[in-house]
Design a protein around this ligand. Structure first.
Ligand code: GAP
Length: 461
């Protein structure tokens, strides 16, 4: 009999996500056996798959579907002059206030005005707050054997600069003409003071950035183009559209390099927050690098013979932050026949495992058939073979890690070579010939639609 779904929960709390993702091998506190390190997290077997799928989907969207966007993977450690030219040494700061009594440190914008005026610490109550001081967010380290100023380098706080300093290299070798883009995924580091909300804001994180080089007269057109494209990307990733919105930066929010900026925000359990920034960086970066390096970074249009410094429209997404969005958005609970069912409704194209393969029981040759099937399916899909425990429990485990399809080999398989395919979302099962499993799953992935309330079209139709 088909399982019956009765009630579902609307929202998820961060505590629920932290505990589920630890229990199911998505995300662990870093160095946990030593008590952990604040704001650092490790991605476990499920988490690393999910992160890779999101990254692959972004990379495909950028470099495969746009023949005028090419990829790059620049070093994290760069010449220190890069960060002087970029303006980060001077401007990439947060105003911070310390309490001399309890030693707590706060971002000035996160303490009530009256506390600042009275110098009263919001934590310990002592009237010992310092004045606000600028604190640079870049991590520093030293390269080479001597720890002096000469060897001082920074861990990059954004991946973008690796793209700008390679502008000429790509232009000369990439067979590209303006308008064109350079895409890059990689780690970035910021010495963030307020790190809470799990992986939302961490000191070490990953970005997926694309810098689109254009003629200055076309900035409005291309800004609009990328704004719409990037919103659609998250919808295609399976995020519910009603949880996404734009937020335009006011004059006091704009980064030092931006003329115009919109965030794509997501409604996290702790409110609407930035997920991606789309910036019109004008010719700021290429001009500054021309000035600081003494190298000409202008572009010559071979048709019009015009020489100019291109403008840049940047799309800057947080990869690790997107993992949080995907988890929060996918989380669902419902009561099924009196028992709570927890299910992660990932879009099948980014689910860590695509197909679970089970023998109904371990005996009578069913394991052998299922094992062989799993070995075949894993050529095309990420597959997980499981023969331990009751079949209902095995389905529930896969629901909790968001596996969209489960294939079960039973006694009927031995007679007619058919198996069942169970859909994670609807819990419905259909019977298909073994030869039809791959085409059925392929089609279900392509046609997938998350239906409001949870259940989806599944494997039918
Ligand atoms: N290159 C432009 C740039 O870095 P940003 O708005 O500072 O712009 C872009 O960052 C994205 O990087 C953010 O929307 C967010 O998704 C991610 N991000 C920034 N700081 C982060 C942090 N401390 N932890 C996790 N993700 C972060």
């Amino acid at each position: 009999m088909a399982e019956k779904s009765e009630v579902r929960a609307e929202t998820v709390t961060m505590d629920t996500l932290v505990s589920l993702t630890k229990r199911r091998g998505f995300i662990f506190p870093s160095s946990e056996i030593y008590g952990g390190l604040a704001s650092a997290w490790d991605y476990g077997p499920m988490g690393v798959e999910l992160k890779k799928r999101i990254q692959e989907f972004w990379w495909r969207e950028m470099t495969q579907l746009n023949d005028n966007i090419v990829g790059l993977d620049a070093a994290i450690m760069m010449h220190p002059r890069v960060w002087e030219a970029s303006g980060h040494v001077e401007n990439f700061t947060d105003p911070l206030i310390d309490c001399k009594n309890c030693k707590h440190r706060f971002r000035a914008d996160q303490i009530p005005e009256e506390n600042i005026k009275a110098h009263t610490c919001p934590d310990c109550g002592a009237n010992q707050l310092t004045e606000a001081r600028k604190f640079n967010l870049m991590f520093t380290t030293h390269m080479g054997p001597v720890e002096d100023e000469g060897g001082l380098i920074y861990l990059r706080p954004e991946t973008a600069q690796g793209i700008y300093v390679n502008f000429k290299n790509v232009l000369q070798t990439g067979r590209v003409k303006i308008p064109f883009g350079i895409a890059q995924v990689g780690k970035a580091f910021r010495n963030e003071i307020t790190t809470k909300n799990f992986i939302f804001r961490t000191c070490e994180f990953e970005q997926m950035e694309m810098q689109f080089f254009i003629h200055p007269s076309e900035d409005v057109k291309w800004f609009e183009h990328w704004k719409e494209k990037r919103l659609q990307y998250y919808i295609d990733l399976g995020i519910r559209p009603e949880k996404l919105r734009f937020h335009q930066h006011g004059p006091d929010e704009l980064a030092h390099y931006a003329k115009l900026a919109f965030d794509i925000q997501y409604e996290f359990p702790f409110g609407w927050k930035e997920l991606e920034g789309i910036h019109n960086r004008t010719d700021y970066d290429l001009k500054r690098h021309t000035e600081y390096s003494g190298k000409d970074l202008s572009y010559l249009d071979e048709q019009s013979h015009e020489r100019y410094i291109p403008y840049i429209i940047e799309t800057s997404a947080g990869l690790t932050r997107t993992v949080l969005v995907v988890l929060a958005d996918a989380y669902d609970e419902e009561m099924v026949e009196g028992e709570k069912r927890v299910v992660l409704r990932f879009h099948p194209r980014i689910a860590p495992t695509t197909v679970g393969v089970f023998p109904l029981v371990k005996k009578d040759g069913l394991s052998e058939i299922a094992r062989k099937l799993s070995d075949e399916l894993c050529e095309e899909f990420r597959t997980f073979y499981d023969e331990s425990g009751a079949i209902g429990r095995r389905y529930r485990r896969q629901d909790e890690v968001g596996t969209p399809f489960c294939v079960t080999v039973d006694y009927q398989t031995k007679d007619d070579q058919t198996v069942t395919i169970r859909s994670r979302d609807s819990m419905e099962q259909i019977r298909v010939q073994m030869a039809e499993i791959a085409p059925t799953i392929r089609k279900a992935i392509k046609d997938y639609k998350r239906v409001p309330g949870g259940a989806s079209g599944g494997t039918q139709g």
